[in-house]
Write a protein that binds this ligand. Structure first.
Ligand SMILES: Cc1ncc(COP(=O)(O)O)c(C=O)c1O
Length: 374
C-alpha cells in the first residue's frame, strides 16, 4: 500500500509564490518595506521581559492547565476586556500560541471523517488546515451583511464546529452584536460548537469589536462557545507563543484531558511572562497607539493612490483593492519597493484585494507613505 503524505492533504503553502515580488521589492535603493506578514516588530514590553527572566530557573515540568496565577490573570483580562461574567478556572486554558490550537482543535475534539468544520471566507488559512489535518471536511461560509445566519450553511449535516473571526484577518471586518447573537443562536439550536478567534479584539479602530463571551451575545452563558485569544499582537509576544482559550467548561475540560496526554505545555517562564502581560493594560494601549498612527498615514496614502478599502475597521490589516487582479497590485507595489499579501491567499473573495499589514516600524511605514505619494 502506498502511503499518502499528510502534507498532500493540505493546500499548497502559498508564500513561496510571493518570493519573486519580494526580490523585486528588495531591489529598491532604500530597501524593501515588507507589509506582507503580520509579525510584530516593536519591543517586548519591559515588565514582560522582567517576568520572563525572573522565572528562568524553572527546572520542573509546567502543567498544561497553567499555574493558578496564570488562570487568574486570564480571568481578570477576560472580565475587563470581553465583559464575560461568571467564568472560573474551568473556563480557561492556555495554549502554545493560537495557531497551534487552530490547526489542532478539530482533531483534539475528535472531529473526523464524515464530519464538517465551517470557516468564514476570506480567512486565515489555518481554519481549513485544522479540518484537513483531522480528516474532516472544511466548509467555507459567508456571513452576509446583516444576514441573520451564516449563509450557505442552512443544511449542513455533520457540522460540528463553526469558526468565527472578528475582527477578521484578512479583511479587518468586525461582526456586531446582532450578527454574533444570530450565529450563536443558530449554532446552539443545531448543537454546533462555535469557536471564535478573537486575537485582534483590542485592535478596533472604526468599530468596537465584541467578544462572543459578552453577555449581550451569549446571554450570560458560555455553553457551546469558546473564544481564542493571543498575546502575539496585543503584547508583541509572537516570539513567546502565548495564547489562551476561554469558554465552555465541558469543551475546555475535554481539551485539557487530551492535551495533558500530548504534553501541550507552555514553558513556565512564558507562563510567568503571560501573567505580567495580562495584568498590564498600559503597554497594550501604547502599542495600540503605535498601530493607530501607522494605520492613519498608510490609509491616507493608499486612498491617495487610487485604492479603495473594504472593511478594515479593525485588526492589523488594510484590505485594499484597485479593482484589478491581486497579483497585478502586488506586482505594481513591489516595483515601488513595497511588499503586500495577495488576497487570493485567503480564499474566495480575495481575488481583487491585497492585505496591507500595519506591522512595520514607523521608519518603514514612513518610507511606504513617501513611495506611494511619489
Ligand atoms: C486570525 C488569526 N488567528 C490566529 C493567529 C495566530 O496567532 P498566534 O499563533 O501568534 O497566537 C493569527 C496570526 O496572524 C491570526 O491572524
Amino acid at each position: 500500500m502506498t502511503r499518502v503524505a499528510v502534507s498532500a492533504r493540505l493546500p499548497v503553502f502559498p508564500w513561496d509564490r510571493l518570493e519573486p515580488y519580494k526580490s523585486a521589492a528588495a531591489g529598491h535603493p532604500d530597501g524593501i518595506v515588507d507589509l506582507s506578514v503580520g509579525t510584530p516588530v516593536d519591543p517586548v514590553p519591559e515588565p514582560v521581559r522582567r517576568a520572563l527572566a525572573a522565572a528562568a530557573d524553572s527546572p520542573g515540568y509546567p502543567t498544561v492547565w497553567g499555574t493558578p496565577r496564570l488562570r487568574e490573570a486570564i480571568l481578570g483580562w477576560c472580565g475587563r476586556r470581553t465583559g464575560a461574567r461568571g467564568l472560573d478556572h474551568a473556563n480557561v486554558l492556555p495554549v502554545i500560541g493560537s495557531k497551534e490550537l487552530v490547526a489542532g482543535l478539530p482533531a483534539q475534539l475528535g472531529i473526523g471523517p464524515g464530519e464538517k468544520v465551517a470557516y468564514p471566507v476570506p480567512a486565515y488559512p489555518t481554519y481549513e488546515v485544522g479540518a484537513l489535518l483531522a480528516g474532516a471536511e472544511p466548509v467555507p461560509y459567508r456571513t452576509g451583511p446583516g444576514g441573520p445566519e451564516p449563509t450557505g450553511l442552512e443544511n449542513v449535516p455533520g457540522l460540528r464546529l463553526l469558526w468565527l473571526n472578528s475582527p477578521s484577518n484578512p479583511t479587518g471586518r468586525v461582526l456586531g452584536v446582532p450578527e454574533l447573537r444570530a450565529v450563536v443562536a443558530w449554532a446552539r439550536e443545531r448543537g454546533v460548537l462555535v469557536v471564535s478567534d478573537e486575537c485582534y479584539l483590542e485592535l478596533g479602530w472604526e468599530a468596537e469589536p465584541v467578544s462572543v463571551l459578552h453577555p449581550e451575545v451569549c446571554g450570560g452563558s458560555a455553553e457551546g462557545l469558546v473564544a481564542v485569544h493571543s498575546l502575539s499582537k496585543r503584547s508583541n509576544l509572537a516570539g513567546y507563543r502565548a495564547a489562551f482559550l476561554a469558554g465552555d467548561a465541558a469543551v475546555l475540560g475535554e481539551l485539557l484531558a487530551v492535551r495533558k496526554h500530548a504534553g501541550f505545555m507552555l514553558p513556565a517562564p512564558v507562563q510567568a511572562a503571560m501573567v505580567a502581560a495580562l495584568e498590564d493594560d498600559a503597554h497594550a494601549e501604547e502599542q495600540r497607539e503605535r498601530y493607530a498612527a501607522r494605520r492613519a498615514v498608510l490609509r491616507e496614502a493608499l486612498l491617495g493612490q487610487g485604492f479603495s478599502l473594504r472593511h478594515s475597521e479593525a485588526s492589523l490589516y488594510l484590505w485594499a483593492t484597485r479593482g484589478e487582479p491581486c497579483w497585478e497590485t502586488v506586482g505594481g507595489l513591489s516595483k515601488q519597493g513595497i511588499l503586500v499579501a495577495p488576497g487570493e491567499f485567503y480564499g474566495p473573495g480575495g481575488e481583487e484585494f491585497v492585505r496591507v499589514a500595519l506591522t512595520a516600524t514607523d521608519e518603514r511605514i514612513a518610507a511606504a507613505v513617501r513611495r506611494l505619494a511619489a
